[in-house]
Design a protein. Structure first.
Length: 437
């Protein structure tokens, strides 16, 4: 057990003030100096991957194998965006009577609010490109999972980043997060979390005329056509929804199957679900650990009231917020077919044809991720263009690569993270005209 301080408004303001001072010097550095500093930060993280992974097991209950990947991912993201400072090129625009050029100017201080489901990785998606662009960062980890963010803040100092440049402030969203929104010196906010809270963050930022990036909820569809490799689609489906115990905005929590293949797909899916290994996160063979809290487990259980459960996997008993992977046969009007469960529960629904598949995939307020399984290239292109989601995969469930854009449509958020342009999203464009006549 470890106690973590809850910052009050005075402490939040002090952190922002330190960040303001540090940012001025950081932005004035030559781009190569900022690049070198970020590479040094990456090297220190690489040297502490096992420590960070073990800490994440205690922090969030992630299986150790997943936690090692997440810690390594942070270092990879830092290395990738270490290349950005020297590539933030403006433009020279032809004009009459002079020379016109643009510059990418950092916002100043960026406030980043991180959720509890992927504490390290999502933090790095914000702080790495923000720092690369010349900003300072104040980071608020989730109250349930602050430990790895706090350690990353310490490692940044060990790597030689200036004091105050990367501030980690622990505390409640009502105090710390809200102050990021209202503080005049926090010039951009990045929020990952629920759509309801994200709406409030966006409204607060709008009142301050402050830009915001939001990555919110999801109800992603895994669309399986009859011509697909059904064995491969069924074998991969558990990992697409039960990874991190389903506590993933990208979880393919709806499996839509062409009616002619529906029964066969379920036959193939059942042994794959029952083979999914749920257990002690410290065990090397574990694929899924417990849910984050008792209250969240109760919320997930509520989705099964009256549900038509087809089959379930297994989970340990005893201490821990365990939940067995569950497959539900759903109708289109069911709550579980529309609302985000955020747990290891998947709804399976049949569809009739290509048009019906697109219509059903879009029958949700969300639009974050999704998968399409078919051997027909033309169909894959048509369905990918028709489904309103920000990140789609064909014959795959891969949603996130740090070198490609990530983000949602509709109620799944605003803006994009990751990819080659992420650092630019932490800058404002300044246009300067030089008269020569």
């Amino acid at each position: 057990m470890r106690e973590v301080a809850r910052a009050d408004l005075v402490e939040v303001d002090a952190a922002v003030s330190r960040a303001v001072v540090a940012q001025r010097s950081w932005a004035a550095l030559p781009p190569v100096a900022r690049a070198d500093a970020l590479r040094a930060f990456a090297r220190v993280v690489e040297a502490h991957v096992e420590e960070l992974a073990q800490l994440e097991v205690r922090n969030s209950g992630h299986p150790i194998g997943s936690a090692r990947w997440e810690a390594s991912h942070v270092a990879q993201v830092l290395n990738f965006y270490a290349g950005a400072p020297e590539r933030l090129s403006g433009q020279q625009i032809p004009v009459a009577g002079g020379l016109d050029v643009t510059f990418h100017e950092p916002y100043g201080v960026v406030g980043i609010i991180v959720p509890w489901n992927f504490p390290m990785t999502i933090a790095s998606w914000g702080f790495a490109p923000a720092l690369a662009a010349g900003n300072a960062v104040v980071l608020k980890p989730a109250e349930l999972t602050p430990l790895t963010a706090m350690r990353l803040g310490e490692l940044a100092l060990e790597a030689g980043l200036p004091s105050g440049l990367f501030e980690v402030v622990t505390g409640s969203g009502a105090v710390v997060g809200q102050r990021f929104v209202s503080h005049r010196d926090v010039r951009k906010v990045v929020f990952t979390g629920s759509t309801s809270v994200g709406t409030d963050v966006a409204a607060g930022c709008a009142r301050e005329l402050k830009p915001v990036t939001l990555e919110l909820g999801g109800k992603s569809a895994n669309v399986v056509f009859a011509d697909a490799d059904l064995e491969k689609a069924a074998a991969s489906a558990p990992g697409a929804v039960f990874d991190n115990a389903g506590q993933d905005c990208c979880a393919r929590s709806r499996i839509l199957v062409e009616r002619s293949a529906y029964d066969r797909f379920l036959e193939l899916l059942e042994p794959a679900v029952q083979a999914w290994r749920v257990g002690d996160p410290a065990d090397e063979g574990t694929e899924m650990g417990p849910l984050i809290s008792a209250s969240h487990r109760s919320t997930v259980e509520g989705f099964l009231d009256g549900a038509n459960i087809a089959f379930r996997g297994s989970a340990p008993g005893g201490d821990g917020f365990w939940f067995a992977p569950t497959v539900v046969l759903a109708d289109r009007g069911d709550r579980i077919a529309h609302e985000e469960v955020f747990g290891p529960v998947v709804a399976v629904l049949p569809f009739d044809d290509e048009a019906d598949a697109v219509r059903l995939a879009n029958d949700t307020i969300y639009g974050l991720a999704g998968s399409i399984w078919t051997e027909n290239l033309g169909r894959a292109v048509r369905v990918a263009r028709g489904v309103k989601s920000g990140v789609l995969s064909v014959n795959s469930h891969s949603s996130v690569r740090y070198w490609t854009p990530f983000g949602g449509m509709k109620a799944s958020g605003l803006g994009r993270e990751l990819g080659p342009d992420a650092a630019e999203h932490f800058t404002e464009t300044k246009n300067v005209f030089f008269a020569t006549d």
